[in-house]
Design a protein around this ligand. Structure first.
Ligand SMILES: Cc1cc2nc3c(=O)[nH]c(=O)nc-3n(C[C@H](O)[C@H](O)[C@H](O)COP(=O)(O)OP(=O)(O)OC[C@H]3O[C@@H](n4cnc5c(N)ncnc54)[C@H](O)[C@@H]3O)c2cc1C
Length: 460
């Protein structure tokens, strides 16, 4: 490495930060950087990482642009190829009773390379978030246990400060450390987090085949399934139909189980109606699960779909598993109430490009409803790495080039996700219900026609 090789420090070894690391190292023949990456967690297994997430055609394309072939060849560990005729990587939306309102038409694809080639429409591959992070960590010299607390920008570069009292110098600092980013808070103190006043509770569960079969009577073989309630509540489940290894389910050794992420969301004000029976304590998963079950029973009419939802929540672990190896997701998701929040990066005028920039949720956290957060974080890494190939003493022009694209794209995604989330979180009366269902069914028809027509026009 040459003495004047510029140093890039990435704070946060999440999906976005790791993608950027790979992209800079992959392109070192074109432009060499000394890249260092720091993470607050003590080790790769320190914290729960296990959402199922949907990566879209453009997210997968950026991911493949970022990673070297050695990492790309391991991607099927996190994004197994779809099982033909068994799995449909689309979304199904029903009303509270399970009547179909919208089903996203999803054309089958063979693997990540085929989905990445799609340049039109939106195709999604359901991905294990924890395993994607494991794959992205391979061959990356992450410096663990290094919590960034701030920085100081000088004419020559940036000093980055860590909680353990150490500091590091770099030419460019990239804050990729999620929604609570200390780098963002220092760079843009006036940029506020928007709170939706919508609570969500998420759990990773393992579902027996018999229960999955009950669900598929309503949703077919779509992997992301959502039911809308009447009081602003909704339930979401995302899974792969690949059985978990049997030894993890000793009590039900004969029946295949599937791993799934389950989310129930509802207006936060419903948390203030104290239930007589359950005192909710976010440090006690059993009380949170009981609270969710009571809400479902209270907010939803009696029907088979309501029973299924309650049955699904009964599968959520009520205590922290003693033996994490037996638990299907390695690390455990504490079942707690959380708020939907986002950041619209263009809601302030004072964004000024400098040696300190932001990437992913640090810049533009968004509601998970449209499944765009990780996609945008990975796209950021792709765009920033391409811009940095033109790095010279005039470093500002490449940072500006990246930020112009990132701000425009991500702000639009934040606001779209916000609008859908707020609309779905509003209680509906009799006429509201008719309106909502009619609009969604009309959208369903348009999407089906569009998909059919684009299938005729575009061959891939
Ligand atoms: C329920 C749910 C479902 C979702 N579904 C989807 C989906 O279907 N599709 C999709 O595209 N997105 C989805 N997302 C969003 C997606 O997971 C995030 O947007 C994405 O992980 C953001 O990547 P990132 O690199 O910016 O942040 P992260 O992946 O969160 O990484 C940030 C890293 O920074 C570290 N860190 C934090 N603070 C510090 C510090 N001070 N110093 C050092 N390190 C620090 C953290 O420990 C972490 O490792 C979902 C999110 C949720 C909550």
């Amino acid at each position: 490495m040459q003495e004047n090789t510029p140093t890039v420090i990435i704070v946060g070894a999440g999906l976005g930060g790791l993608s950027l690391y790979h992209a800079l190292i992959k392109n070192k023949d074109k432009k060499e950087f000394n890249v260092k990456i720091f993470e607050r967690e003590a080790s790769p297994t320190d914290r729960w990482q296990g959402y199922h997430i949907g990566l879209s055609n453009y997210g997968v394309r950026s991911l493949l642009n970022c990673v070297p072939s050695s990492i790309a060849s391991n991607l099927p560990k996190a994004m197994p190829n779809p099982i033909p005729d068994v799995e449909n990587h689309g979304i199904s939306l029903t009303d509270h009773a399970g009547n179909i309102l919208l089903q996203s038409p999803s054309r089958p694809f063979k693997d990540v390379y085929e989905i990445a080639k799609r340049s039109h429409g939106l195709s999604v591959i359901v991905t294990y978030r924890d395993r994607l992070r494991d794959v992205l960590l391979e061959n990356v010299p992450v410096q663990w246990g290094k919590k960034c607390i701030g920085y100081e920008e000088t004419k020559e570069g940036v000093w980055v400060f860590f909680e353990d009292g150490t500091r590091e110098f770099c030419n460019i600092l990239v804050g990729a450390e999620g929604i609570n980013s200390p780098v963002r808070k220092q760079k843009l103190p006036e940029l506020q987090i928007f709170d939706y006043e919508v609570t969500h509770v998420g759990a990773d569960i393992s579902i027996p085949k018999s229960l999955m079969d009950k669900l598929s009577k309503f949703h077919g073989n779509l992997l992301a399934v959502k039911t809308l309630g009447l009081k602003g509540d909704s339930s979401f489940l995302i899974s792969r139909l690949i059985p978990i290894e049997q030894e993890q389910n000793e009590s039900n050794i004969d029946e295949p189980h599937y791993r799934a992420t389950l989310v129930y969301a509802y207006p936060t004000e419903l948390d203030n109606v104290e239930s007589d029976k359950v005192k909710v304590d976010d440090n006690d998963p059993a009380s949170v699960i009981e609270h969710v079950k009571q809400l479902i029973r209270k907010l939803r009419p009696e029907c088979e779909m309501t029973d299924i939802l309650v049955e699904l929540w009964d599968l959520a672990p009520k205590t922290i598993p003693n033996d994490s190896v037996k638990f299907p997701f390695k690390t455990y998701n504490p079942v707690q109430r959380r708020m939907y929040r986002d950041i619209d990066p263009t809601s302030i005028d004072s964004w000024k490009s400098s040696r300190v920039t932001l990437l992913g949720d640090a810049a533009h956290a968004m509601s998970p409803l449209l499944g765009r957060g990780a996609n945008n974080a990975i796209q950021d890494a792709d765009v920033l790495s391409q811009a940095l190939l033109n790095y010279t003493d005039d470093y500002l022009s490449c940072i500006k080039e990246y930020e112009n694209e990132m701000l425009k794209r991500s702000s639009s995604e934040v606001l779209k996700s916000r609008s859908v989330t707020l609309r779905q979180s509003r209680p509906v009366g009799y006429f509201g219900l008719i309106m909502r269902n009619s609009i969604l069914k009309a959208m369903n028809t348009i999407l089906t026609v569009y998909s059919f027509a684009s299938g005729l026009i575009f061959k891939n």
